[in-house]
Write a protein that binds this ligand. Structure first.
Ligand SMILES: C[S@@+](CC[C@H](N)C(=O)[O-])C[C@H]1O[C@@H](n2cnc3c(N)ncnc32)[C@H](O)[C@@H]1O
Length: 264
């Protein structure tokens, strides 16, 4: 029987588009991410996924950026077996299962309460994996996360829903909480934000986008003096895209689709 869902706000509802995109990637002959859990959830949840229309462009984009964020987090965990990991605005993403960290790592998926309630219902428990029901803009939720350990923080698809001021406050809070760590998120140029607000594939979230876009990846270094850019990962230049349709590469070169990776 399909898993019934609580009433989600339109913002929370945005998780279904990325979940579905990862499931559709998984059904491709050679998936980029291979997220079998996403595929399982799309089959199980009582949600009309046929109303969503992710095109190939969006599917490959969502799968590739998730893969890049997994690589950043996986590499950090390999170097820091005592790490704390955070996935902000985790939706129903099963990143912690893809990463499969050792039990010495504590991983926190942070999301609004309605979503965490559903996560608990549909995703298995695993040692070291925790869920925090919170609005990431609220100050208190970090109290539940151990400080003083190296931290890797990822945000996949969430940044567009925060204003720049909210982001600056959030990053500063995170940097103050942990002694050292890395932050990676998929960012948007101003042009990419314009496209997100006008493209058919992202129509469902267009009105919720509050981030104005960022053309200078070094801008966050000015948000907080401890932040240093590690790498600007232009998706159109990553090795995986050699197999993508040429139109994809042209499109994402133009929009500057990017994952940004910082350390502090
Ligand atoms: C596009 S979805 C991406 C979900 C997931 N990261 C993924 O890749 O499937 C954006 C998610 O960010 C969450 N979100 C947005 N603003 C948030 C906030 N202020 N606090 C917590 N979660 C937030 C939404 O509820 C939604 O699940």
């Amino acid at each position: 029987m399909a898993v019934a869902l609580p009433a989600f706000t339109p913002l929370e509802d945005s998780l279904f588009l990325t979940l579905y995109a990862r499931a559709l990637d998984d059904r491709r002959p050679q998936p980029i991410l291979g997220d079998e859990v996403a595929d399982r959830l799309v089959g199980e949840l009582d949600y009309d996924f046929t109303q969503l229309h992710p095109d190939t462009n969006l599917i490959l984009n969502v799968a590739l950026r998730a893969r890049k964020l997994d690589q950043v987090a996986g590499s950090f965990i390999a170097r820091h077996p005592d790490a704390v990991g955070l996935d902000l605005g985790a939706g129903l993403d099963s990143r912690v299962f893809r990463l499969d960290p050792p039990e010495t790592v504590d991983w926190y998926d942070v999301e609004f309460p309605a979503v965490t309630e559903t996560r608990r219902e549909v995703l298995d428990e695993r040692a070291g994996a925790h869920v925090i029901a919170a609005d990431v803009r609220d100050p208190g939720w970090l109290d539940a996360v151990p400080a003083g350990r190296p931290a890797v923080i990822v945000a996949d698809g969430m940044m567009a829903f925060l204003s720049q001021d909210e982001l600056v406050t959030l990053w500063t809070r995170l940097i103050d909480h942990f002694s050292t760590g890395e932050i990676a998120f998929n960012s948007y140029t101003r042009f990419a934000i314009w496209i997100a607000k006008h493209a058919r594939g992202t129509k469902t979230v267009a009105d919720l986008v509050t981030f104005a876009g960022m053309d200078d990846p070094r801008a966050p270094e000015r948000w907080n003096p401890k932040l240093r850019l590690v790498r600007e990962i232009l998706l159109s230049r990553e090795p995986e895209v050699a197999e993508f349709p040429p139109g994809w590469r042209r499109y994402h070169r133009r929009t500057g689709t990017i994952v940004l990776h910082y350390e502090f």
